[in-house]
Design a binder for this molecule. Structure first.
Ligand code: ZN
Length: 119
């Protein structure tokens, strides 16, 4: 069991196991967030949202909600705008302890231009 949380602890993310890799993407939104995404499905992640709630940012084709804590502003995860147990839920590994980041290989995805991994 691995747990991450936003800075204030209002949003918590729990996964049973880690993905082998995390992705930092160069697209216009991911580059600004500086997120390292771990790709799971809705069924794989327990998301706990506390009293302060979350807010979402959705742009472009409107398929993804970027979710952030309404209190501390950390971008914790993204979800499909019409989620099912099988749709992608990406956790932001930046919310996890540094020991977790040391266990995964971070890859760079060129979402800005070529739409390919750069390694
Ligand atoms: Zn927070």
């Amino acid at each position: 069991m691995y747990e991450g949380q936003c800075h204030c602890g209002n949003v918590k993310l729990r996964v049973q196991q880690l993905t082998a890799t995390g992705t930092q993407c160069t697209c216009s939104i991911c580059a600004r967030y500086a997120a390292i995404w771990g790709y799971f499905t809705e069924a794989d992640v327990v998301v706990s949202i506390g009293e302060f709630g979350i807010s979402c940012y959705c742009h472009g084709d409107k398929l993804i909600n970027f979710n952030r804590c309404q209190q501390c502003g950390c971008v914790t995860h993204y979800t499909h705008t019409t989620p099912t147990p099988k749709t992608r839920l990406a956790v932001n590994y930046r919310m996890f302890p540094s020991e977790v980041l040391e266990q995964i290989t971070v890859r760079t995805f060129d979402g800005a231009k070529t739409w390919q991994y750069l390694d």
